[in-house]
Write a protein that binds this ligand. Structure first.
Ligand code: UDP
Length: 237
């Protein structure tokens, strides 16, 4: 399968059309951004890690009953996926306080929750992805009630699986962001990526950060962190 015209270029990926109207090819870049594009940089090798890790996790999640857009890995950076209409909601699931949650509610990072939380942001760069609740999402017709309920169900299932999976690799899954898409027949599938760009991973013993926070916070060792989490996933599966 070959790349045809470029349909879209995002911050971390390009999307290409293919001969098959139902499929496209995503191509993962090393470009990194944070704070809604204000901070820019390169994380060498990130595209390979994010592509391969996303594909491994999506295939595992399919087996857990979460339908995904994954079709076939073509190379280190390129993957065939089903063409979907992205639901303009960013779904964030949290097990431990960190990032914007800690800031918004004035609590330290690292508080372990009794139950995971879920929240939605309106996927809109011009507005800075504002937080919204399901009533707002319904008012804006971003999705139907049934779609939102299914997205919540899938998101908690993803969390339950990934949390246990990463713990076996010596990694605490702190929080993550998911995006869902709609197939032409209306089926909701997990789309986008599951990677150190979109998850917070802390080493279980040292709490060392193995994710994009090292880039966001200028902590150094960014490439090493991506290599380390990828090594655990590929060797520990
Ligand atoms: N996240 C993401 N994209 C975004 C915002 C958040 O992938 O546009 C991920 C982020 O990597 C983290 C989780 O979602 O794993 C929760 O992020 P948070 O709301 O704490 O925002 P941040 O502190 O990253 O701005």
């Amino acid at each position: 399968m070959e790349k045809k015209e470029q349909l879209y270029e995002g911050k971390a990926k390009k999307v290409f059309a293919t001969d098959d109207g139902a499929l496209c090819i995503v191509s993962y870049k090393d470009d990194a951004t944070a704070f809604n594009g204000e901070k820019k940089g390169t994380i060498v090798g990130k595209g390979v890690v994010n592509n391969r890790m996303t594909n491994m996790l999506m295939q595992m999640l399919e087996k857990e009953g979460v339908p995904t857009h994954f079709v076939k890995e073509l190379s280190d950076r390129d993957t065939v996926v089903k063409r979907v209409q992205i639901v303009p909601l960013e779904v964030i699931v949290r097990n431990v306080s960190a990032g914007s949650f800690a800031k918004r509610y004035g609590v330290p990072e690292g508080i372990v929750f009794d139950e995971p939380t879920i929240e939605f942001s309106y996927k809109n760069d011009d507005l800075g992805d504002p937080l919204l609740n399901t009533y707002h999402a319904l008012a804006l017709k971003l999705a139907t009630k049934a779609e939102i309920e299914l997205i919540e169900q899938y998101s908690f299932r993803v969390n339950a699986f990934l949390k246990a999976y990463f713990l076996k690799l010596g990694v605490k899954l702190i929080d993550f962001k998911l995006e869902f898409g709609k197939l032409p027949d209306g089926t909701i599938v997990l789309a986008d990526e599951i990677s150190p760009d979109t998850c917070r991973f802390w080493d279980v013993n040292t709490n060392e950060k193995l994710d994009k926070d090292r880039f966001r916070r200028d902590m150094g060792g960014v490439e090493d962190a991506y290599r380390e989490i990828f090594k655990r996933v590929t060797e520990g599966k």
